[in-house]
Structure formats: structure tokens, C-alpha cells
Design a protein. Sequence first.
Length: 116
Amino acid sequence: METKQFVIIGVVIALVIAVAAPFLASGDPDGLESAFFSIYEAKPFMGSELDEDAAGTAEEQAIATTGNDFSYEAFMPDYSIPGMDKLGEVFAVVIGTLLMLILVFAVAKVSARPDN
């Protein structure tokens, strides 16, 4: 198999996974944010019900403790495009996948040895 065919097949596989991901991913993923809210008792450790008031209080406590009030608005919050439901999630993941592929190919091109 030629290198070009191998790369094209890899890109197609990455895009198939990107399209399928929103339908296969958990609607309630666990992670750093979930652990933070569990520690501050804004949500149960094994549950998904978030107490919005307790969450706000937890964030205020963290800011008071650390002195860090940095925040930003994500371009595609929660891996989705606001207002587009599942289709927005699919587009967001496909766009992210394509951007990462472009970045990887650009870095590979720049860092390739001249004799290759």
C-alpha cells in the first residue's frame, strides 16, 4: 500500500470516528469538573444531578481560595455548536478533527528532513 493511500484511509477512519463520537459518547462524562463539584458537594459523587446554586458557591470559594478568576468563553463549548443539537456536536468534532489533522500535517511538513 502506498503512503498516500495509507494516509487517505487514516483520514477517512478519523472522520468516521468523529461523526460517530457524539452518538456514542456519554451524556454525563466524568472528569475534572465533575470531581470538583463532588468535592464541594454541588453534585453527588456517583450521580449527575448538579445543584446550580451550590456549583456557583463552589466556584466562588475556589476563586477566593486561589485568587484566580480567569475564565474564557470556548469557541465550541461542550464540543458542540450552540443551537444545533446533535448536528452541532457532529460538526464541532469534525471541525476539530480536521484542524488537528491540518496541524499534524503542517508540523510533519515543516519538520521533515530535506532528503525525504
